[in-house]
Design a protein around this ligand. Structure first.
Ligand code: ADP
Ligand code: MG
Length: 271
């Protein structure tokens, strides 16, 4: 169903991007892009490989410079806040990057405590308690806390990365392809975890993904990056009605296959 202006007005945008342009040298990656993410939703962000999904996420996080455009995040314009306010805003954001989720020389617990050390002044005993709380929250066994990333499976590493993203109890979490490399069951479990965090913590999730199962099972809305901007954003039904060729082939071509696969994974997981 198409969204009306009225619906949009009632929802609080925790991220609003307007007129964003980003490029490298002669090459424009994003051109006059607009995007909104609303509080309490899981937004699935998709688009062809190399379209600029990671570039957009890194630009929003101020890791890359933009040529023009405004970014409002959690009600504030990053450009006009003081350094102290900016640091406070940063503590309300959690990030799980596409590559290099954890530091290999640190244990899971130490990885989770990195943001705490950077932003909070807490005694070690309290940081330990908090780290184990996050470890439990993402469904890892407490003994994972003392393990190094090399001792963990792919799915456990993703969960540990998520635990670190949740270290400071963020309002908004950015996940770049969190289920890539996981088998369908591991990916379905990760999706369930994301849905649970949204429902219990009221977390807002911005999730770049290639995983059609995630889009069907956990994402409340989807945004498609193409031609250097957001081509379409809305619930799944909007995607199925969209006339863009890439969107059509992406959803209509794979839809029949994706639904049974998703149900299969979930049934296996629940048995
Ligand atoms: N630091 C950089 N310098 C130059 N080009 C870059 C840089 N980061 C990304 N790009 C280019 O921007 C485009 C979008 O990349 P990316 O956002 O990683 O795509 P994806 O949608 O697959 O995440 C690619 O052509 C990539 O080569
Ligand atoms: Mg990417």
């Amino acid at each position: 169903m198409a969204e009306t202006g009225h619906d949009k007005a009632e929802r609080e945008a925790v991220l609003s991007v307007r007129g964003l342009t980003v490029g490298f040298g002669d090459k424009l990656v994003l051109d006059n892009l607009d995007l909104d993410v609303y509080r309490g939703e899981v937004l699935g962000f998709i688009g062809p490989s190399g379209a600029g999904k990671s570039v957009l996420m890194r630009t929003v996080l101020r890791l890359l410079q933009r040529r023009s455009g405004t970014i409002r995040i959690l009600g504030a314009d990053y450009d006009s806040v003081s350094d102290a306010e900016r640091a406070a805003l940063d503590t309300r954001l959690g990030v799980l990057f596409q590559h290099g989720a954890l530091f290999s020389a640190l244990t899971v617990k130490e990885n989770i405590q990195l943001p705490m050390r950077e932003y909070l002044k807490l005694p070690q005993s309290l940081m330990d308690e908090l780290a184990y709380l996050k470890i439990q929250m993402v469904g890892l066994n407490p003994d994972a806390g003392d393990k190094y990333p090399s001792e963990l499976s792919g799915g456990m590493i993703k969960r540990a990365g998520l635990a670190r993203a949740l270290a400071l109890d963020p309002d908004l979490v950015f996940l770049d392809e969190p289920t890539s490399g996981l088998d369908p069951i591991g990916a379905a479990e990760f999706d369930d975890l994301i849905a649970r965090l949204r429902d219990t913590l009221g977390l807002t999730v911005y999730m770049v993904t290639h995983d059609l199962d995630s889009l069907f099972s956990v994402c409340d809305r989807i945004a498609v990056l193409g031609q250097k901007r957001v081509l379409v954003e809305g619930p799944l039904t909007d995607m199925l009605e969209c006339d863009d060729d890439w969107v059509k082939s992406y959803f209509r071509g794979k839809r029949a296959r994706a639904i049974p696969k998703q149900e299969q994974a979930r049934n296996l997981h629940r048995d």
